[in-house]
Design a protein around this ligand. Structure first.
Ligand code: ATP
Length: 356
């Protein structure tokens, strides 16, 4: 069917002020976002913030209590899932137990000629590392293999939009990292847009063009990953991505703030008057381990992570900051060290309770 006149310029997916309730309890509150054709989006947020509910609303499994969902420029708010032309992988995977891997992947392809169907199945299995498993049944597969079969099945019909709920959760760390970049390349190559749910921020940044951070049913920011990290729209977003902590600051001029780490520059001019108290975000990667003439800090805790050690440090005024230093030099809790504060620019927010 030809798209409506507005379809040519409309986004592939438009979520407009969508709210979802369970019983009377709100789970998603007035969320709006758009996804362009081929755009990869990611919903990030703590457990229970409403990511899955929003994804299920887009898929058509959970009717919104308010708002509108449009696909390809056409209102789809009340359309049944099968009529949305959208592929999805939810956490239950829902593989057909009586069909082989190949049978599962071919399931949505019954309208294609047999030869093309076989080619599509092979084309979806190979990039996911499943070629050798085509004749197995789901119960003969590991959890991670089942997850990849579900992905292959959703990809094979080449939908223009794929909805993925934690599609890598059963994979080990190595496979997870390999598969997310493989999947990104596949989707980009085939021009398939996706909305992926995760609570892993590395995954969100590595996979997506656009990252959304949710909290308690609200979408706080929907922007390119770089912007979400470096220009967080909200203190929760700032604190949620990047393991940063806030310290107190006093505004000196629109670009400078005085803190226990010395005078720091902000990326953008602040709208706060000189003398105002503000919250200054310090990320672990803002601090350096060998500041000969740096600021003294007390090691409160040290967590070895392999290449790096994650420190919680106490400044002289009692405030805490986090730092990520190469692990070859170890600083035990109780030690004092001098840290460098060569920070390009800091992110600043007003005092607690002054926003939203
Ligand atoms: P997670 O990362 O843990 O999967 P999520 O961000 O996907 O979490 P949702 O599963 O969307 O969160 O849940 C949002 C809110 O709705 C939560 O408070 C949850 O307890 C509630 N909720 C989810 N499913 C139901 C349900 N079937 N009945 C009642 N409440 C539900």
């Amino acid at each position: 069917r030809a798209p409506a006149a507005t379809g040519a310029t409309a986004p592939l997916l438009a979520v407009e002020r969508v709210s979802c309730n369970y019983g009377g309890l709100p789970a998603v509150h007035e969320v709006s976002l758009t996804l362009a054709p081929g755009e990869l989006g990611c919903l990030l947020g703590p457990s229970g913030c409403g990511k899955t509910t929003l994804l299920r609303a887009v898929a058509g499994f959970h009717p919104p209590t308010a708002g509108r969902i449009a696909l390809r420029g056409i209102d789809a708010t009340t359309l049944s899932p099968e009529r949305r032309g959208v592929g999805f992988v939810f956490q239950d995977l829902a593989l057909f137990p009586h069909l082989t891997v190949a049978g599962n992947v071919a399931f949505g392809l019954h309208r294609l000629p047999r030869g093309e169907r076989a080619a599509r199945v092979a084309g979806a299995l190979a990039p996911l590392g499943l070629d050798g498993l085509a004749d197995r049944y789901p119960h003969e597969l590991s959890g991670g293999q089942q997850q990849r079969v579900a992905l292959a099945r959703s990809l094979a019909p080449r939908p223009d939009l794929l909805l993925l709920d934690e599609p890598f959760s059963s994979l080990d760390a190595h496979l997870r990292i390999a598969l997310r970049s493989e999947l990104r390349q596949l989707l980009k190559g085939w021009g398939i847009a996706a909305l992926l749910v995760t609570h892993d921020q590395d995954e969100a940044f590595a996979f997506a063009d656009t990252v959304g951070v949710m909290r308690a049913g609200e979408l706080l920011q929907w922007a390119p990953g770089f912007e979400v990290y470096h220009r967080p729209a909200d203190p929760f977003v700032a604190g949620f991505v990047g393991e940063g902590r806030f310290i107190r600051g006093t505004v000196l001029d629109p670009h400078t703030v005085a803190t226990a780490l010395g005078r720091l520059r902000t990326g953008r001019a602040m709208e706060f008057a000189a003398g105002s108290t503000v919250r200054v975000l310090i990320r672990p990667d803002d601090l350096q381990p060998d500041g000969a003439d740096g600021i003294e800090a007390l090691v409160v805790s040290a967590v070895f992570r392999g290449a790096e050690t994650f420190y919680t440090l106490q400044l002289d005024d009692g405030e805490l900051v986090s730092a990520l230093f190469p692990s070859h030099v170890q600083h035990a809790p109780g030690h004092r060290l001098r840290i460098g504060t060569d920070i390009e620019h800091v992110v600043v927010f007003g005092p607690e309770g002054t926003e939203r």
